[in-house]
Design a protein around this ligand. Structure first.
Ligand code: XMP
Length: 512
C-alpha cells in the first residue's frame, strides 16, 4: 500500500483516487497522525500532498522526519516538495512570482517516474499551483523537468527514490499525472497494481465490523445511489444489526419509491421501514412558494420523521450514511469561510447530533463514479446504479411556486416521458442529469378546435463531472420536438414545452 500524508490540500483525495486507479491500495493520514498510520499500514511508498501553508511560516506542518530516513520511496507534491526540500537541508524562499494554472514543462533529465512515458526534450502540460519555491535543492537532487516559472518543476534523487514536483499530478489538468503517479506506485514502489473495488468492499466490511461491533445501525435511504450502496455494504458487514428507514416524502419520480422498497425487501432481504409521509409533506408545503422555505421545511420534516422512526426502532448507536468525498470537501472548505448559501442542501447532517448517534460512513473516500463501480460489485441492478442524481427535496424544487399533489402528478408524467425518450435514444449515460420542471405559468394553446390554457413545462439536461459546473446537453431539434409533442399530447395540464439553455454558472442545475 501507499501512505498519503495530507498537508491540507483541497485535492488530496484525488491523489488517493489516482493511486486506486493504478490498482494500488492507499490511505490518507493527516500529517500529525501519519506515524500511527505508517506503523499500522507498513506501506511500500509515501506521498506528501500539497497544502495551503508556507514552510516559511513558523509552525507550518512537517512530515515525520523518519519518513525520509526509512529508505522508502517518497513522492512530494507542491507544499510536500517544499517541506521535503526544507527537511532534507535545501532552501525554500517566498516568491512574488506566484504561478497558477496551466503550464508547460520541459523534460531535461531521466527519472524512473518517466519510464514508458516521457522522454528528454519533450514538453508536457501540467497544472501549477504554488507560491513559494525551492531555491537550493538538497544534496543528491537534480532537476529532471523545468519551465521558465518553475526551475524545479520536477527534482528527484533517483538513488534515494525521492521525487518532488511543483505541480499537481493528481488533477485532470495534468493529462499524464495519473500515469506519473502510477509509475511511482507500481514501478518505483514495486506494487503489483492488482487491487480492485472487490478488495475495497472486503476492507470496508472489516472496517465497519470493527467500528460497529455488536451495536445496531440505522440507515436512511433516499432512493438515490449513494445511500443504497452504503446500506447494502452495511448489510453485508453486519446483517440484521442494520435497519433501513425510507422516509417517503411523496416527492419522488414515477415508480421510484416502489422500486426502492422492492429492491431492498425482495432482492436483498434487508429489513426496511417504509414511512409513507406524503400527506405530512404536502400539507406542510401548502402555501409555501419561496425556494428556501420549501427546502428548509422538507429538510426539517425529514429529520423529524426519521427521528421518530428511529425512536420506535430503538437502541441504535450508529447512523449509517452514504456521504461521498465531494460532500466532505464541500462541508470542510465552506466551514467558517465567507461563503454564501446559494441553496440549503437537504441532507441528514443535523441528525447525528440531535439523535446522539455516532456516524458510520463507508463511502467517505469515494467519488460518485467509484460508488457506481462498488454498487455493481455489490450486485445492485445497472438501472439503479447508473441513475442520474436526484436532489433530497425531490420534485418540490422542480415545481416553482406552490407544490400540490396534482402538480407533482403532472410533473411525474412529463418527467417519465422525457426520461423514457432519453433512454430510447441511448443518451441516458451521456447526460449527468435530465429532468422536467413544471412552471407556475399558464399559457394559451390550441388543441383540435379548442383553446387550452395550461401550464408550461421546461426540460433540463446537463453534462457535468461533479455537479459544481455544468453545460447544457445539445439535443438535436428532432429529439426535442418529439419529447415536446409527446408531453403535450399525453400529459393533461401541460400545453407548452421549453428547453433550458443555461449552463452552470450562471444558472444552477436545479431551478430552486
Ligand atoms: P445545483 O442546483 O445547486 O445542484 O446546481 C447541484 C447538484 O446537487 C443536486 N442537489 C441536491 N442534492 N440535496 C441533494 O442531495 C439537495 O438539497 C440538493 N439540491 C441540489 C442537484 O440535483 C445537482 O445534481
Amino acid at each position: 500500500s501507499i501512505l498519503i500524508v495530507d498537508f491540507g490540500s483541497q485535492v488530496t483525495q484525488l491523489i488517493a483516487r489516482r493511486v486506486r486507479e493504478a490498482g494500488v491500495y492507499s490511505e490518507i493520514a493527516p500529517f500529525n497522525a501519519a506515524e500511527e498510520a505508517f506503523d499500522r499500514l507498513k506501506p511500500k511508498g509515501i506521498i506528501f500532498s500539497g497544502g495551503p501553508s508556507s514552510v516559511m511560516w513558523e509552525d507550518s506542518p512537517r512530515a515525520p522526519q523518519r519518513f525520509l530516513e526509512c529508505g522508502l520511496p517518497v513522492l512530494a507534491i507542491c507544499y510536500g516538495q517544499q517541506t521535503m526540500a526544507h527537511q532534507l537541508g535545501g532552501r525554500v524562499a517566498g516568491s512574488d512570482n506566484r504561478e497558477f494554472g496551466r503550464a508547460f514543462i520541459e523534460v531535461v533529465g531521466a527519472s524512473a517516474l518517466f519510464d514508458g512515458l516521457w522522454k528528454i526534450g519533450e514538453s508536457h502540460q501540467v497544472w501549477m499551483s504554488h507560491g513559494d519555491r525551492v531555491e537550493a535543492l538538497p544534496e543528491g537532487f537534480s532537476i529532471v523537468a523545468r519551465s521558465e516559472g518553475a526551475p524545479y518543476a520536477i527534482a528527484t534523487d533517483e538513488a534515494r527514490r525521492f521525487y518532488s514536483m511543483m505541480f499537481h499530478p493528481e488533477v485532470v489538468h495534468t493529462p499524464d499525472g495519473g500515469k506519473l503517479i502510477a509509475n511511482f506506485a507500481r514501478h518505483v514502489c514495486g506494487l503489483a497494481g492488482d487491487w480492485t473495488m472487490a478488495e475495497y468492499r472486503e476492507a470496508k466490511i472489516a472496517d465497519i465490523r470493527a467500528q460497529v461491533g455488536s451495536s445496531k445501525v440505522i440507515c436512511g435511504l433516499s432512493g438515490g445511489v449513494d445511500s443504497a450502496v452504503a446500506a447494502v455494504l452495511l448489510h453485508e458487514a453486519i446483517g440484521d444489526q442494520l435497519t433501513c428507514v425510507f422516509v417517503d416524502h411523496g416527492l419522488m419520480r414515477l415508480g421510484e419509491a416502489d422500486q426502492v422498497v422492492s429492491l431492498f425487501r425482495e432482492h436483498y432481504g434487508i429489513p426496511l421501514v417504509h414511512v409513507n409521509a406524503e400527506a405530512l409533506f404536502l400539507d406542510g408545503l401548502a402555501g409555501l412558494t419561496d425556494p428556501e422555505a420549501k427546502r428548509k421545511f422538507i429538510g426539517k420534516t425529514f429529520i423529524d420523521v426519521f427521528d421518530a422512526e428511529a425512536k420506535k426502532i430503538g437502541g441504535a448507536d450508529f447512523l449509517g450514511q452514504g456521504t461521498l468525498y465531494p460532500d466532505v470537501i464541500e462541508s470542510v472548505s465552506f466551514t467558517g469561510g465567507p461563503s454564501v448559501t446559494i441553496k440549503s442542501h437537504h441532507n441528514v447532517g443535523g441528525l447525528p447530533d440531535r439523535m446522539n448517534m455516532k456516524l458510520v460512513e463507508p463511502l467517505r473516500e469515494l467519488f460518485k463514479d467509484e460508488v457506481r463501480v462498488l454498487g455493481k460489485e455489490l450486485g445492485l441492478p445497472d438501472i439503479f446504479v447508473g441513475r442520474h442524481p436526484f436532489p433530497g427535496p425531490g420534485l418540490a424544487i422542480r415545481i416553482p411556486g406552490e407544490v400540490t399533489k396534482e402538480r407533482c402528478d403532472i410533473l411525474r408524467k412529463a418527467d417519465a416521458i422525457y426520461l423514457e425518450e432519453i433512454r430510447a435514444a441511448g443518451l441516458y449515460d451521456a447526460i449527468w442529469q435530465a429532468f422536467a420542471v413544471l412552471l407556475p405559468v399558464r399559457t394559451v394553446g390550441v388543441m383540435g378546435d379548442h383553446r387550452t390554457y395550461d401550464s408550461v413545462c421546461a426540460l433540463r439536461a446537463v453534462t457535468s463531472t461533479d455537479g459544481m459546473t455544468a453545460d447544457i446537453y445539445p439535443f438535436d431539434s428532432a429529439f426535442l420536438a418529439r419529447v415536446a409533442t409527446r408531453i403535450v399530447n399525453e400529459v393533461k395540464g401541460i400545453n407548452r414545452v421549453t428547453y433550458d439553455y443555461t449552463s452552470k454558472p450562471p444558472g444552477t442545475i436545479e431551478w430552486e
